[in-house]
Design a protein around this ligand. Structure first.
Ligand code: GDP
Length: 427
């Protein structure tokens, strides 16, 4: 069998071969540590594919003390995998250029294909991002101002070129320019942007969905790397405080143009606590010293913007919703080590809204700003040593509690930034 990953997965049968694709998806508001998990499992896969979002993502991998942050390149890069950027991605060619330059500087090379249908992010969409955040004033969403939401909006308006259009020189941008002229004082000249972008994309264009199917038919497994998190999904997240893209696993088939049956298994990634960047409701948010401590030791500052992340206790109401939405079959729990630095340990098991309790995130969504968390106190991890391949009983108890509540197995536990600080359970 071509699959060398150690997790238990249900095989997908294709052309009489067993091929097991795997989607790695964030279950909270992003920054769950997906990059590390993708890197950890990448060995068993022929290709790693980005299927959503854009350079507003920031996936961090730490190896022997060196930190690598990728905004667009899939996190399979360090394992020298085939890298595919699918049509559902909003692509900023200049950010891609920076990442490819960084790889070249390190003496590496990216085996990269970019789908010709990718929506492009031009300088104009970044301007629009700042302009719209300005209009929102006190209700600002806190976007990364990378132009991702506006580029998806311009796609829906059929005003922005796709990657292939730019390379083939076949897209007339006069309507887009006229549209921007209606609200921007000055319109940046795109000539240099076009030349540089064409240069980056030339020779990399292809049909990513077709490539995935070709690899599967040849018996290879493919990993799909999600960006952001479930609760930031454009439709199912905490709207309007969401990202401009679909973040859930069912966007893998739609965003890549592959059949649902090729999605394979879904590994959800969650932190052992919760974080959120930008505005929006956050029922378990901590504004006390414990929250501050977690932010500091957990280095909870955005990989893309450097902004401090808001910090809260683990929220099982949100997690149950995310497990259901994504069809999660395996769970990876990250940052357990951070909880060894704080004396308390709580998990939110329900919300109280106007005196009534609910455990249903979907029903609570319209009133999330008024939801008070109902906590279950857990045994503290304070001072515990998390050694390789040996979890203390207290930690095991938490994992078993989560498995009971969420009805999925916690297959992987991450106890540090380093690739080596990763423990496999149920292997
Ligand atoms: P992603 O966007 O989901 O890939 O997450 P980010 O890269 O934005 O944030 C995760 C951060 O947590 C990165 O700096 C990782 O190096 C770090 N990280 C991942 N897992 C662990 C862990 O188990 N413990 C600690 N201390 N850091 C971790």
């Amino acid at each position: 069998m071509p699959f060398s990953c150690r997790i238990e997965l249900n095989p997908l049968r294709l052309n009489s071969r067993y091929v097991r694709n795997l989607c790695i998806v964030g279950l909270q508001w992003g920054d769950e540590g997906k990059g590390k998990i993708v890197d950890y499992y990448a060995d068993g896969f022929e290709a790693v594919v980005r299927y959503n979002g854009g350079s507003n993502a920031g996936h961090t991998i730490v190896i022997n003390g060196r930190t690598f942050v990728f905004h667009l390149l899939p996190s399979g890069l360090l394992k020298k995998k085939k890298l595919l950027i699918g049509p559902g991605v909003a692509l900023d060619p200049l950010t891609l250029r920076e990442e490819l330059d960084m790889v070249a500087k390190e003496g590496g090379e990216a085996d990269l294909m970019v789908d010709e249908r990718c929506t492009l992010v031009t300088t104009l969409e970044k301007e629009m991002d700042s302009f719209i955040e300005g209009l929102r004033g006190a209700n600002a969403i806190g976007t990364t101002k990378r132009g991702i939401g506006p580029s998806y909006a311009m796609r829906a308006l059929r005003l922005t070129p796709r990657a292939g259009d730019l390379v083939n020189g076949s897209f007339d941008m006069s309507s887009a320019i006229a549209f921007y002229g209606s609200f921007l004082k000055t319109i940046p000249d795109l000539t240099e942007w076009k030349d540089r972008s064409r240069e980056v994309l030339a020779g990399k264009m292809g049909d990513v969905g077709g490539k995935v199917m070709e690899l599967n038919e040849a018996g290879h497994s493919v990993m799909f790397e999600g960006a952001q998190g479930t609760l930031l999904d454009l439709i199912f997240g905490t709207y309007p405080y969401v990202t401009g893209a679909h973040t859930i696993a069912s966007y893998v088939p739609a965003g890549l143009g592959i059949p649902n049956s090729a999605l394979g298994d879904v590994m959800g990634v969650a932190k052992a606590y919760t974080t959120r960047v930008g505005g929006g409701p956050f029922p378990t948010e901590m504004t006390d010293e414990t929250g501050e401590k977690i932010r500091k030791v957990g280095k909870e500052y955005g990989a893309t913007t450097g902004r401090p992340r808001r910090v809260g206790w683990l929220d099982l109401v949100g997690l149950k919703y995310a497990v259901r939405l994504n069809g999660v079959s395996e769970l990876a729990l990250t940052k357990l080590d951070i909880l060894t630095k704080v004396k308390e340990m709580k998990v939110c098991v329900g919300y109280s809204i106007d005196g009534s309790e609910t455990g249903d995130f979907s029903r609570a969504l319209p009133r999330l700003a008024d939801a008070r968390p109902v906590y279950q106190d857990m045994r503290s991890f304070f001072g515990l040593e998390l050694r390789e391949n040996q979890l203390p009983q207290v930690a095991e108890q938490l994992l078993e509690f989560l498995e009971d509540e969420l009805k999925v197995k916690v297959t992987l536990v991450s106890t540090g930034e380093e690739r080596s600080a990763t423990m496999q359970r149920h292997a």
